[in-house]
Design a binder for this molecule. Structure first.
Ligand code: ZN
Length: 264
């Protein structure tokens, strides 16, 4: 009988020690380490199929910094790696005095269907209302029936108008380069290139994606033509991205966001 009591006492003592160590660890947790996630989430619109499109201000972000960085994870449904960068960004709080917003997925229907275009078969990155050009509905880059005809396009426009970021980085695949917006100096592209090792590609007169292609109605053309104080840059990831590179790019974005000295 005494033996059983001894066992029970031992078990209780073990539980007490484990609970004590656990409580001590929680108590010890430094104030500075905050969990990642959203400090604020706003709905900016819905997809054709009714999926909410949201933007999130990362935990720890300054409010109304007038220097916000907006990161768009994906516009084309078959280019998912930018979402991994957003997920990585969300694992920790941002540095003091910086403001980072993320719009993880601007084309949730396309992601669901694993297709470049939205559920109406429109390439959102040809649907913006600056330099919009009509195109073949069967084309992979169909620009839609009219400028800004798609709800996802309107959601992205709403996000920019609401958040009023000064820097925007939008991810695409697979050209593995950072484009230089022709409307702006290459400051941001060159900085990201320095921090990530991706080349900053400035081709006079073209400056985007492929040297043989002149883009029309893109998100970055719309931003850079409409908001003189905002610079939007397309970051083309490769076909595949190692996790280490995802972390490097997320870190680069945190550093970019804390670059107060943005000189237009
Ligand atoms: Zn793309």
């Amino acid at each position: 009988m005494k033996f059983w009591l001894f066992l029970i006492e031992g078990a209780l003592l073990t539980i007490a020690v484990v609970a004590g160590v656990w409580a001590f660890q929680i108590w010890q947790e430094p104030e500075a380490i905050k969990p990642g996630g959203c400090q604020e989430t706003i709905s900016v619109g819905q997809s054709v199929n009714g999926v909410d499109i949201t933007a999130c201000r990362l935990i720890g972000s300054a409010i109304d910094s007038n220097n916000a960085l907006l990161v768009v994870g994906t516009v084309h449904g078959d280019e998912p790696d930018g979402k991994r960068i957003v997920d990585e960004l969300m694992t920790q709080a941002v540095a003091a005095d910086t403001e980072i917003w993320v719009l993880r997925d601007a084309n949730p229907d396309g992601a669901e269907l694993v297709t470049r275009r939205n559920a109406n078969g429109v390439d959102l990155n040809r649907n913006f209302p600056v330099k919009w050009v009509a195109s073949d509905p069967m084309a992979r880059t169909y620009s839609g029936p009219s400028p800004a005809s798609e709800p996802e396009t309107l959601a992205l426009m709403n996000a920019v108008e609401t958040i009023n970021p000064k820097r925007i980085v939008v991810f695409h695949q697979p050209y593995a380069q950072i484009d230089c917006p022709p409307e702006r100096p290459a400051t941001i592209s060159d900085r990201l290139s320095q921090l990530t090792g991706f080349k900053s590609e400035c081709i006079p007169g073209e400056k985007s994606g492929s040297p043989t292609n002149s883009y029309t109605g893109t998100f970055t053309i719309w931003v850079n033509s409409t908001f003189p104080e905002t610079t939007a840059v397309t970051f083309e990831l490769g076909l595949t991205t190692m996790q280490a590179k995802i972390e490097t790019i997320a870190k680069a974005l945190r550093i970019l966001a804390s670059d107060g000295a943005y000189l237009p």
